[in-house]
Write a protein that binds this ligand. Structure first.
Ligand code: HEC
Ligand code: HEC
Ligand code: HEC
Ligand code: HEC
Ligand code: HEC
Length: 402
């Protein structure tokens, strides 16, 4: 098991390495998708950028009618309201991103955090935009199709944004894998029980990234328009407590030791994620911790006490940084496990003869996230903004002994 201090040192070392080695390291840490050896094209230059059409202008369909997400949001108000709070909308202001990209001074990081539209890069690793970077992963990044916007419906060609129907829009391999397969999230899904290609008999109905991260909602797409089958543009993931709760279940096995005391083993089941947990960004981890009380209710093992935290930490589930020499210990879909190699998954406590306890599942966005008393109440339903604080996602109570 890692001591928090070692983890901290490692994180600091990583920070230094990031600044020092720049591009090479950047590729290894985040932007290392297949095809990344291709040189980025310079992106859209200023002359190619779309202009807002003026009334009376000849209709120029070589460029989109609108350029920024805020402009799209003038009509698509509900979708925009979701989008602007999402981590796609925030991909250039996310404080963690700003820190690790040296305040966005790493050109290499821009391609996925503020890309030109996916169709222009042939749904391969995206190309960095040269302008409007604050617009992050914009509506046009995912929807622009030449001078048109692509959508799933069709039959709306008269609308001011010049929509066209395009089956690629609902193809997650094209729409999501380009950025989300560099750490195998896409492959994990394809190989798992939710994949459309999972072997018969299926354990689960097929579900795509869109089904779980852009759930259906009946609503008009524009004010006064007809009600349609729309999709939430929220992309709740690791920053959402509700989403994390959907992902994992916890249970505990207690056994008496031959010479007194008990062995406590905490199991985690990936019950609801379409890929491993955690997935994607390598900073993230799930950890199990054990809290014990005696029969009087006095806490005898406290995960929030810095002196006892290492002992109370039973296992870590994580995709480690490259070069760490560590084997990945994430939990694949539907698997129940107490450890995948990092930590024993159980603790023998000779002094614990009878009492009550709690098993905690803790989620960290970064290795620096500290577990303390505030971790118990951290984060509202859909936004865990607080940095450097670990969050207790699941708590399971149990009793032990006579
Ligand atoms: C190939 C595309 C790609 C490139 C290039 C890329 N990223 Fe990312 N980045 C992603 C994706 C996808 C996520 C979301 C992963 C997740 O949520 O687990 C992400 C998430 C992050 C996060 C986590 C944000 C959070 O709040 O948890 C940080 C930090 C980050 N990237 C930093 C960087 C830095 C620094 C660079 C340049 C060295 C970079 N990225 C380059 C695709 C990319
Ligand atoms: C001036 C208003 C307006 C603006 C601005 C606007 N749209 Fe639209 N959009 C519409 C209308 C109207 C429809 C058709 C709605 C309907 O029939 O339900 C539509 C439909 C769509 C569709 C569905 C197309 C389909 O066939 O599935 C997409 C996608 C879309 N817009 C994206 C965008 C994007 C991206 C932007 C910004 C670049 C944008 N829109 C800007 C009015 C607008
Ligand atoms: C252009 C690259 C790109 C594309 C395309 C893309 N994403 Fe992302 N996605 C990102 C980045 C970058 C982040 C992290 C932003 C940050 O926090 O800094 C992210 C974050 C997320 C998150 C995590 C939010 C959280 O709470 O941490 C989910 C879930 C997600 N994306 C799902 C999807 C799905 C589903 C699709 C396909 C419809 C998709 N993404 C397409 C780049 C992309
Ligand atoms: C990360 C990629 C991504 C971004 C960013 C994005 N969309 Fe979408 N959008 C999609 C996908 C994928 C669908 C298709 C969902 C389906 O039908 O399965 C979609 C569907 C739509 C539709 C059709 C109706 C619906 O809700 O399914 C509209 C309209 C739309 N988007 C508008 C917007 C606007 C406006 C923005 C910016 C405020 C935006 N989108 C940002 C990926 C994206
Ligand atoms: C069966 C539902 C389901 C499917 C299918 C699914 N996800 Fe997830 N996803 C989840 C849940 C639940 C979580 C929260 C657990 C977590 O954060 O690890 C999550 C978390 C994430 C995160 C946050 C990373 C993290 O570990 O915190 C990203 C990024 C993501 N999903 C992207 C995708 C992409 C891309 C696809 C398609 C290849 C996809 N998801 C398919 C349910 C699903």
């Amino acid at each position: 098991m890692q001591k928090p201090r070692t983890v901290l040192r490692r994180a600091l070392a990583l920070g230094l390495a990031l600044y020092a080695i720049g591009l090479a390291f950047a590729l290894a840490s985040c932007g290392d998708s297949g095809g990344s050896s291709e040189e980025a094209s310079p992106g859209v230059d200023a002359q190619d950028t779309p202009q807002d059409p003026e009334p009376g202008d000849a209709l120029d369909t070589s460029r989109p009618a609108y350029r920024t997400s805020a402009e799209c949001g003038r009509c698509h108000t509900a979708i925009y309201a979701e989008y602007i709070k999402s981590y796609h909308g925030r991909a250039m202001i996310d404080p963690l991103f700003r820190e690790l990209s040296a305040e966005v001074n790493k050109e290499e990081c821009i391609r996925c955090h503020a890309p030109v539209n996916l169709r222009d890069s042939g749904f391969q690793i995206p190309i960095a935009r040269s302008e409007l970077r604050d617009d992050a992963i914009s509506c046009l990044s995912c929807h622009q199709n030449g001078g048109h916007v692509s959508g799933p419906f069709g039959g709306m060609e008269g609308a001011p944004c010049r929509p066209v129907q395009d089956p690629d829009q609902t193809d997650v391999v094209k729409m999501c894998f380009v950025c989300h397969n560099q750490h195998d999230t896409g492959n994990e899904w394809l190989a798992g029980p939710y994949s459309p290609e999972a072997p018969e008999p299926r354990q689960r109905d097929a579900q795509t990234c869109i089904d779980c991260h852009m759930p259906v909602v009946e609503r008009p797409l524009v004010k006064g328009g007809p009600v349609r089958k729309s999709h939430r543009h929220t992309w709740f993931g690791g920053h959402s407590r509700t989403q994390l709760e959907k992902a994992a279940a916890v249970d505990v096995e207690v056994g008496a030791l031959p010479d007194g005391g008990h062995r406590f083993r905490i199991y985690v089941t990936n019950k609801g994620a379409g890929h491993s947990i955690p997935t994607d960004a390598r900073h993230r981890s799930f950890d199990t911790y054990l809290l014990l009380r005696d029969t009087q209710g006095k806490v005898i093992l406290d995960p929030t006490d810095p002196q006892q935290q290492d002992r109370a930490h039973l296992a870590k589930f994580r995709k480690f940084y490259r070069g760490s020499g560590k084997k990945d210990t994430q939990i694949p879909p539907l698997v129940r496990t107490s450890t995948r190699g990092e930590g024993l998954g159980y603790l023998d406590v000779p002094e614990a003869s009878s009492g009550t306890g709690e098993a905690w599942l803790v989620y960290r966005l970064t290795p620096r996230d500290v577990l303390n008393k505030r971790s118990l109440t951290a984060g509202t339903a859909h936004d865990i903004k607080k940095l450097w604080l670990a969050r207790v996602i699941v708590r399971v109570e149990f009793t032990y002994g006579p």
